[in-house]
Design a binder for this molecule. Structure first.
Ligand SMILES: Cc1cc2nc3c(=O)[nH]c(=O)nc-3n(C[C@H](O)[C@H](O)[C@H](O)COP(=O)(O)O)c2cc1C
Length: 390
């Protein structure tokens, strides 16, 4: 199969993912919350960013797309966002993306709720692996996680703050989504229709929350696992709790799920290194504004003291450039990478990165920008932006 011709863009991989994985997995991955308004708005907000190219320029034929972020050098200013329940989407999906991220010199963020351990991912991706954590209400447990991450050599800890309460997604409730998967007539039927996924799952093993295994009772049912985890995870994370993290995490601390200037200001106060401006891919609040609309105002508050990473809706290299013209220092993508893996496994992980790399570079050359630091000058609406920190 010539994957270049079959999958020239992420949308083609998304179509293949849909026919390759069970319906409950696909809806978990692609869906948002409520009426999917926030997912649609993320797309619309990106499409509305217009860029004015410049053609009479020197030195833009071979743009420099590399970047430096939080003390590390990367080949492109984007990385893989944390995705929970990854093994349910594609068995070994996180491992495939971690390998590809290291090969392509971009970061891979491991969700604490992925179905692979932080130790395994550190062994695969080394310094390209970042660890994302949801705060537990018991600090002894949080500290155990931080120590594990430090022992594995993680340099970047992401604390996600935008899930203050149990999330209700209609499609997941309808599908009875759980880990390990709950087998009923409906899920069994969906699995039988996807024999490749079923076979891979049998080979790889039934997905489990590997990072939490030692905290769960022996052989818990899927219902019990959900209950224990819900009990374990904290609701709203306040400033004192983040100060505690700051005191116990000596390396880069990144707070994910910021949309308001107020929250950004608090992050500045406790001295975090970076924030991720994000509406969690439109999965938490159907009325949430898109990250790309918020970056400029947030930058007014943070100035250049904080690195701003942003995400939501990215499907192309152009989308990443759109974020950067709006002032982001770095961009994450979640679904785009998972679509590649769900379409083709490990080959898909490599291929989706190749596509985004090439699209990014072509777009840089097309608009006449020879360096990512210059991108904020290309926004067509002429809104004044604070200069991003580099
Ligand atoms: C299936 C799925 C699972 C996710 N799980 C997590 C998670 O465990 N932790 C987290 O911080 N964000 C999680 N996110 C949010 C992503 O990290 C990221 O913010 C979002 O996917 C960006 O939007 P995009 O998918 O449109 O690129 C998840 C997103 C999806 C689609």
């Amino acid at each position: 199969m010539n994957i270049e011709r079959k999958f020239p863009c992420v949308r083609d991989m998304q179509k293949a993912a849909r026919t390759n994985i069970p319906k409950f997995s696909y809806e978990y991955l692609s869906g948002g919350i409520g009426r999917n308004q926030s997912v649609k708005n993320n797309r619309k907000a990106l499409d509305n960013i217009i860029i004015t190219p410049q053609y009479l320029v020197d030195n833009a034929d071979d743009p420099d797309c590399r970047c430096e972020l939080l003390g590390q050098k990367f080949d492109r200013p984007f990385g893989v966002a944390p995705i929970g329940l990854s093994g349910l989407i594609w068995p070994g999906g996180s491992q495939a993306l971690a390998h590809a991220a290291r090969n392509n010199n971009i970061p891979f963020c491991l969700s604490g709720f992925a179905t692979v351990s932080m130790e395994e991912i550190a062994a695969i991706a080394g310094e390209h692996a970042w660890y994302q954590h949801y705060m537990c209400s018991d600090d002894e447990i949080n500290k155990r996680f931080f120590k594990r991450a430090l022992d594995c050599g993680y340099q970047n800890l992401i604390i996600t703050i935008d899930i203050p309460t149990a999330t209700r997604r209609d499609h997941d409730i309808r599908n009875g989504l759980s880990v390990p998967p709950r087998f009923n007539f409906r899920t069994a039927y969906q699995i039988l229709q996807r024999p490749r996924w079923a076979l891979e799952t049998l080979t790889t093993g039934i997905p489990r929350f590997e990072n939490f295994i030692d905290l769960l009772p022996d052989k818990p049912s899927s219902q019990k696992t959900g209950f224990y985890l819900q009990e374990l995870i904290e609701g709203h994370v306040n400033l004192d709790r983040l100060k505690m993290v700051r005191d116990h995490w000596p390396h880069n601390l990144i707070i994910k799920g910021i949309l308001s200037e107020q929250d950004a200001q608090k992050c500045v106060e406790i001295g975090v290194e970076a924030i991720v401006v994000s509406n969690h891919g439109g999965r938490q609040l159907d009325a949430a504004d898109s990250a790309i609309h918020r970056i400029s105002q947030i930058r007014q508050v943070t100035g250049n003291n904080l690195t701003i990473i942003a995400d939501g809706g990215v499907l192309t290299g152009l989308d990443i450039i759109r974020y950067m013209t709006c002032g982001a220092d770095f961009v994450l993508a979640g679904r785009a990478f998972m679509y590649g893996v769900a379409a083709m496994g490990q080959r898909g992980a490599e291929h989706v990165m190749k596509v985004l790399f090439e699209e990014f570079e072509c777009t840089m050359a097309q608009i006449g920008c020879n360096n990512i630091r210059g991108l904020s000058a290309f926004r067509a609406d002429n809104k004044t932006l604070c200069q991003p920190a580099h």
